[in-house]
Design a binder for this molecule. Structure first.
Ligand code: ARG
Length: 284
C-alpha cells in the first residue's frame, strides 16, 4: 500500500515535471527562437539567463512624455523622435538614411504604438551639412518638418533644448523612452511606450568603453554592469534630463544591455545652432 501510494505519487510527480516542462519549452522556443540555444533548457536556467539580459525598462504613459513620437517608414514602426516645435521633430539621421520624405509619417500623442494620437506627413528633412556618416554614426541627427502642425494637448507637447555647448553632467540621471525591443532575444516590439532611467556618461568617460568610436558629438548613458539600455527601435528617440532633451538614441553594444556597453546618444547641445537655424526659418 505504502509502496503503491508512493509509486503513484512518483508517477504523478514525474508526469507533471515532464509535461509542464515540455509545454513551456515549446512555447518558449516559438516565442524566442531559442532552438539554436539547446543549453537554455531548464526554467531556472532560462530565468537566470533572462534576468541578466532583460532591458530594465517599464511601461510608460505618453502623458508623462508628451514630446515622444513614433517614426514610421511605409507605415511600419522604425524609430522614435521628439517634438521640438508644433511642426518640427528631432530624430536620428540613420533612421531616415536613404528614405524619401513621402515614405515617412509620425504618430504623436499615443501610448499605444499601433493606434490613436495624431498622424502627420513630412514636408522636408534636414541634416547638418550632410555630414552624417553611416559607418561611424557621427552627426546622427535630423530634423523633420511636418506638412501640418500638431495640436498640442496633455499628450502632445514640445520639449526644451539644452543651452548651446552645454556639457553632459556625469552621473546625472536621464530617462530614455521608446517602443524599441524590450528583450534582446525577441524581435517583437512592445505595443506600450517604455521608459528606462540611466545615468549619463560624458564623452571622454565613454571612450573607456568604446575608444575613439565616440566623437565629440556623442555621449553615453547606462550602467557599467549593464542590465538597462535602449535597444533596436528606440533610435531617434529622446534622452531627457531635468526636463531638457539632452540626447538622441543613436547606437550601442551589439546585444543591448550588455555590461561595459552603455547606450550611445547624439549630443544635442553640440547642434543648437543648426537646430535654431532650421526651426527659426533661417534656412529655407
Ligand atoms: N541603432 C538602434 C536603432 O536604430 C538603437 C540601438 C541602441 N542600441 C543599444 N545597444 N543601446 O534603433
Amino acid at each position: 500500500m505504502i509502496f503503491t501510494i508512493n509509486y503513484s505519487l512518483y508517477l504523478v510527480f514525474t508526469l507533471f515535471i515532464c509535461c509542464d516542462g515540455m509545454a513551456t519549452n515549446q512555447v518558449w522556443n516559438q516565442q524566442t527562437k531559442l532552438q539554436k540555444r539547446p543549453w537554455v533548457k531548464s526554467r531556472l536556467t532560462r530565468a537566470v539567463y533572462l534576468r541578466k539580459l532583460i532591458i530594465g525598462n517599464s511601461p510608460a504613459s505618453i502623458i508623462d512624455h508628451p514630446y515622444q513620437v513614433l517614426l514610421m517608414i511605409n507605415g511600419k514602426p522604425k524609430c522614435g523622435g521628439s517634438i521640438i516645435r508644433s511642426n518640427f521633430i528631432l530624430t536620428a539621421a540613420h533612421c531616415i538614411h536613404n528614405v524619401k520624405v513621402h515614405q515617412l509619417q509620425i504618430r504623436a500623442g499615443s501610448t499605444d504604438r499601433t493606434l490613436g494620437g495624431q498622424i502627420r506627413e513630412i514636408q522636408e528633412m534636414y541634416y547638418p551639412d550632410d555630414k552624417f556618416n553611416i559607418d561611424t554614426y557621427d552627426f546622427d541627427i535630423a530634423i523633420l518638418k511636418l506638412v501640418e502642425h500638431l495640436v498640442f494637448n496633455e499628450a502632445v507637447a514640445s520639449i526644451e533644448l539644452p543651452t548651446p555647448g552645454r556639457e553632459i553632467k556625469e552621473h546625472d540621471m536621464a530617462k530614455a523612452t521608446g517602443w524599441g525591443m524590450t528583450d534582446p532575444l525577441e524581435s517583437t516590439l512592445p505595443k506600450i511606450l517604455q521608459v528606462v532611467k540611466l545615468p549619463q556618461i560624458s564623452t571622454s568617460s565613454c571612450r573607456k568603453y568604446y575608444g575613439n568610436l565616440i566623437s565629440e558629438r556623442m555621449f553615453c548613458a547606462g550602467y557599467e554592469e549593464g542590465g538597462k539600455d535602449t535597444c533596436l527601435g528606440d533610435s531617434g528617440g529622446p534622452l531627457v534630463a531635468n526636463n531638457t532633451l539632452v540626447g538622441i538614441t543613436s547606437w550601442g553594444g551589439d546585444i543591448c544591455a550588455q555590461a561595459g556597453k552603455p547606450g550611445v546618444f547624439t549630443k544635442i547641445s553640440f547642434f543648437r545652432e543648426f537646430i535654431d537655424d532650421i526651426i527659426n526659418n533661417k534656412i529655407i
